[in-house]
Design a protein. Structure first.
Lengths: 252, 300
């Protein structure tokens, strides 16, 4: 069965979620991944949205993070201050999903500017909630296409902390969350080694080490036991295509 | 005492050149009609504060109302770039002051509570802290650990759209409640726009749903559909089609000025705007009813 790069990444991200996880969901592919996990192996996944919605059961694909479908049928709604303070800062969130224009060797994320902050080449949307999600969720996952410009050795601007310059530096900063646990790309999966450096731990079927290295901006290390991911199952693809994104807004 | 007035009167009396304005609402209940009225009245040099500037500030910046934008996520939610604010910040024609969502909302919380500053735990990401001097650090006197602090945000004017309120401004909101309550308590002057003006008895029948008490409100404007193309939970849907369209319109400064001419300057008020949208759009944004189970407060 054939599938798109977006479907491949979404399915692999969904598989990282555990039943019972409290997950801080973002729009786009993370939203699809969470809803797929809830319909497959994680029926008790609790979905929290940045807009202040807890236990959402969206009946349609939300275009924005504040779509009204998130509220109807949810368990609770709270203020924006409360979602960040009582849920994230207090340590009540297991998983956060993050994205960004750049992700570096130690999983630091830039969603703010390309170039100099005062005179940027490109001005990006900025942190939103990602600075706090990266710091305080127990585990963070990143979904992004594997492209050299997205994977520089070092980010131009540190919007959200990965392992900074290495795991000891994040530990020294004293933040409660465990940092980025996986970067899911269209070629494979990167995970942090003992030093917090993102290394290639899995390839998707058909992808090669050479492709991954050629599309990474640092000297990408390869895990000694390099895995191959299971291809997306027909059942997973059917849920994505027929139930979650029938018009192909995110999965084309 | 009734505070009912037209939106045009409320903006004329409440919003002055150079004011810091916070038009509230996280995706939900964004008071677009008020933004359009500010444009129509030609306000200048405003400091526009919002966690997510959204299309309302894109339009106000395009109309030349703003000297500065204070924000924490500058995008077209669910679509992509917020082109006009972005270009203004890149060129420096409008100043920017940037936070994370939590930093921004903690500033409001401090403003609402009358505190000199509020602490947050460190996030290990320090670049924003280095570029925005409003972020400072203090040592926790109990543990000796450094925390990050921000000062209060006290807007000159808050504009808050609600589902229903009475003539005094006792206002009820349901659905995503964002930062509405905090903005109302933080601001010096509060303008409420509402889908419905109801009797005080309706408000008193469900006091837990009242987020904003009337005595901190200065003006109440009855503006049905005020939030379009944003939405009002249970009243009408978010116009995602327009959010996508704006992405195209805002590619060209000429198209934006033409849009402002057609949809803001060329119309008297929001009633005309809603009529101009037409029956097709009205139908598309209709929402079927889903009522909550009633609660029993008890007749004490």
């Amino acid at each position: 069965m054939t599938y798109s790069a977006s479907e491949l990444m979404t399915v692999n991200a969904a598989r990282l979620l555990r039943d019972g996880d409290v997950v801080f969901v973002g729009v786009g592919l993370p939203n699809l991944a969470c809803n797929l996990a809830r319909r497959t192996h994680a029926p008790d996944l609790l979905m929290i949205y940045e807009a202040g919605v807890i236990g959402a059961r969206p009946q349609r694909l939300p275009l924005s993070i504040g779509d009204p479908t998130l509220v109807t049928g949810a368990l609770a709604v709270c203020s924006m201050y409360e979602i960040f303070a009582l849920y994230l800062q207090r340590g009540n969130v297991d998983v956060g999903f993050l994205g960004g224009a750049q992700i570096d060797r130690f999983g630091n994320i830039n969603a703010t500017v390309i170039g100099d902050y005062a005179h940027p080449k490109v001005r990006l949307p900025g942190s939103g909630g990602s600075q706090e999600i990266a710091a305080w969720a127990n585990r963070c996952y990143i979904i992004t296409p594997h492209q050299k410009r997205r994977f520089p050795e070092k980010v131009d601007f540190g919007t959200s902390a990965g392992f900074l310059g290495g795991r000891t530096q994040r530990d020294a900063a004293g933040v409660r969350g465990g940092g980025p646990q996986a970067v899911v790309t269209d070629l494979g999966v990167l995970e942090p080694d003992a030093n917090g450096e993102m290394i290639l731990t899995a390839l998707h079927p058909g992808a090669t080490v050479e492709q991954a290295r050629a599309n990474t901006g640092w000297d990408l290390k390869i895990a000694p036991q390099l895995r191959t991911t299971e291809p997306p199952a027909e059942s997973e693809l059917r849920i994505l295509r027929e139930e979650l994104d029938p018009t192909g807004i995110y999965l084309k | 005492m009734t505070k009912l007035c037209t939106l045009s009167e409320a903006i004329a009396q409440g919003v002055h050149d150079g004011d810091c304005v916070y038009a509230a609402g996280f995706t939900h209940l964004i008071p677009f009609a008020a933004g359009h009225e500010i444009i129509r009245q030609g306000r200048k040099n405003l400091v526009l504060a919002r966690a997510t500037p959204d299309l309302i500030y894109d339009q106000m910046v395009a109309a030349g109302c703003a000297a500065k934008v204070i924000y924490s996520y500058m995008g077209n939610p669910g679509v992509g770039s917020l082109r006009i604010v972005r270009a203004a910040l890149e060129s420096g024609s409008v100043a920017g002051e940037e936070y994370s969502h939590f930093g921004m909302i903690t500033r409001l919380q401090a403003g609402a509570a009358g505190l000199p500053f509020m602490p947050m735990n460190q996030t290990a990401a320090t670049d924003l802290e280095r570029h925005n001097p409003n972020y400072r650090r203090v040592t926790d006197p109990y543990t000796g650990v450094e925390v990050v602090v921000v000062p209060p945000l006290i807007p000159d004017v808050a504009i808050i759209h609600v589902q229903r309120c009475d003539a005094e401004g006792n206002a009820q909101i349901w659905g995503i409640v964002g930062e509405q309550k905090e903005v109302a308590f933080a601001a010096r002057h509060v303008i409420i726009t509402t889908e419905e003006v109801v009797d005080a008895d309706v408000i008193r029948s469900d006091p837990n749903r009242t987020l904003i008490p009337g005595f901190i409100v200065d003006a109440v404007c009855h503006v049905p559909h005020c939030a379009h193309p944003s939405y009002t939970q249970g009243y009408y849907d978010r116009d995602n089609v327009f959010y996508l369209e704006w992405d195209k319109i805002s590619e060209s400064p000429e198209a934006v000025q033409q849009w402002l001419q057609e949809w803001v300057y060329g119309l008297k008020d929001h009633t005309e705007y809603w009529q101009k949208l037409g029956a097709e759009t009205h139908r598309r944004l209709q929402v079927p009813e889903q009522l909550a189970a009633p609660v029993n407060y008890g007749a004490y």
